[in-house]
Write a protein that binds this ligand. Structure first.
Ligand code: PLP
Length: 506
């Protein structure tokens, strides 16, 4: 890998060649076979438009709306479009943020700071709510009241959510839909309970906010979930998901300007420039916002309806393909744009299956077993998947056969024991480095880690140990020593040899 700061600058063509080489190690962002991380409309010409729009505004700074009114204008239009889609009215206000996590952190901060009278503010969150709420709670020192999801419906009951609301609750969260299985929370009932208790309710529509209105227009049953629902006080939608904008753009809407006010941070207590920020960052890049604006204007309302139609059909066909494979079971009938399935056969391990699918060019997302729910394979389906769908059933059948033949991942028993018995604080960096090496996460010289083994190990560990392992693995992977040869970690998973069924596995 090349030095980021060479003694003497390098010609542009060479740098672009290096970048292309680096990108060659990534999973393909386009082509409809990567079912997480990327949202691809499949529309030709969109990337070029976004690149040009981005370039026009790359040096524009959202720090001060009076200096670059171009950005303020685009942000206002993005907010207005989101409000129109999501049941807003003339009182609705909003801001563009850098992503779903920032939107959720700000929603929690706004609700917390609206109640300075509460010493230890609390957030009521369904267990299926996005990890970003956990991050917000952690960053903002808000206590979490996690409401389990029903093992059959896989969503929280409104009654349980209502019962969890207490005098210190500053916010109740609901998802539309929740990411893991793509299922809608009972938003109207949850919001009614929050309203009755005089507590704010945020709807996390980061994932679904831009597809649900269109799916509804296509005739799909979509329960009420947006600002038209009494009691919903704020809602977030990521433009870099189903609005198909490039990365770094989400919108957070509030029912009214007074409700939004605690979101802002202003600072005049220093001799420098005055600061007023609606979000976490101060300097904010104009490029992604211009890219999102260009994307919305180029696709247009009619375009989004067609993209939702293609997505809906792809979801239907993918789910049908899963249902035909012996030993696989849909976690739930798809309600939105997610297909999620698990295995009912101990010899057909879902994590091995995910690796086998990857080996065939289909990149899915593994979800760990959690609170009695089995490990699963998640597919976030986008419009670009549609032309690929016909080839999925054969690939899935072949991958399932190969996974069954391979058996569950072979993870050394002593590692499973360690994961199951050690306390998080006993996992020293040295020990985790040894575990990571044994699992092939680092230092094996192989093309990449066998994710099935890593996921099986994580499944064997209680949640605090999982989190500790994740932190140490993340830290290892992001330290220069993990890539001694200077080679980027390739994203291609390697299939593990056969093993015994692991009780804790998928
Ligand atoms: C429902 C939901 N909320 C929030 C987020 C976080 O979004 P981001 O990754 O843009 O921070 C996601 C991401 O997948 C999501 O699905």
């Amino acid at each position: 890998m090349a030095d980021a700061l060479p003694a003497v600058g390098v010609p542009a063509e060479q740098i672009l060649a290096e970048l292309r080489e680096l990108r060659g190690h990534d999973l393909p962002t386009h082509g409809g076979r990567l079912f997480a991380y990327v949202y691809d409309s499949g529309r030709t010409g969109l990337d070029e438009l976004v690149a040009s729009a981005n370039a026009l505004c790359a040096h524009v700074n959202g720090l001060d709306p009076t200096v670059f009114p171009s950005l303020s204008t685009m942000e206002r239009e993005l907010v207005a479009a989101a409000a129109r889609l999501l049941g807003g009215d003339p009182d609705t206000v909003g801001n563009v943020t850098g992503g779903g996590t920032e939107s959720l952190i700000l929603a929690v901060k706004t609700a917390r700071d609206a109640r300075p009278d509460i010493a230890q503010p609390r957030l009521v969150l369904p267990a299926s709510g996005h990890a970003a709420f956990g991050k917000a709670a952690s960053y903002l020192r808000v206590a979490l009241d996690v409401v389990p999801i029903d093992p059959v419906t896989l969503r929280p009951s409104a009654a349980d959510m209502a019962a969890a609301i207490g005098p210190d609750t500053v916010l109740v969260a609901a998802s539309a839909p929740a990411y893991p299985y793509g299922l809608m929370d009972p938003v109207a009932d949850i919001a009614a309970a929050a309203l009755a208790a005089g507590v704010r309710c945020h709807v996390d529509a980061c994932f679904g906010g831009w597809s649900l209105p269109y799916l509804r227009r296509l005739g799909q049953p979509v329960p009420p979930f947006d600002l038209s629902v009494p009691g919903v006080t704020s809602i977030s939608v990521d433009l870099h998901k189903y609005a198909y904008a490039s990365k770094g753009v989400s919108v957070l809407l509030h029912r009214s300007a007074p409700m939004r006010r605690p979101q802002y941070f202003a600072w005049a207590g220093w001799p420098g420039y005055t600061v007023v920020n609606p979000g976490i960052s101060s300097t904010r890049p104009g490029g992604p916002i211009a890219g999102a604006y260009a994307t919305l204007r180029h696709i247009g309302d009619a375009g989004y309806l067609e993209l939702a139609r293609a997505t809906r059909d792809a979801v239907r066909d993918l789910a049908a393909a899963v249902s035909t494979v012996d030993g696989l079971r849909l976690m739930a009938e798809p309600e939105t744009t997610v297909v999620c399935f698990t295995s009912t056969d101990p010899w057909l391990d879902v994590f091995v299956l995910a690796d086998e699918l990857a080996a065939r060019g289909w990149y899915t997302q593994a979800q760990l077993a959690f609170a009695g729910l089995p490990g699963s394979i998640h597919l976030s389906v986008t419009a670009s998947v549609a032309p690929q769908v016909a080839q999925f059933p054969a690939a899935l059948a072949a991958a399932a056969a190969a996974a069954r033949a391979a058996g569950p991942p072979r993870v050394p028993a002593h590692l499973l024991d360690l994961a199951g018995t050690l306390a998080p604080e006993q996992l020293t960096p040295e020990l985790v480095a040894r575990i990571a090496t044994e699992l092939g996460l680092v230092g094996t010289g192989r093309a990449g880690p066998a994710m099935a083994a890593v996921n099986t190990l994580l499944c064997a560990a209680p949640v605090p140990v999982r989190e500790r392992l994740l932190v140490e693995f993340g830290s290892l992977l992001q330290s220069p020593a993990a890539h001694p040869a200077g080679a980027p970690a390739a994203a291609q998973p390697v299939v593990q040899p056969a093993g015994q069924p692991a009780a804790a596995g998928g």
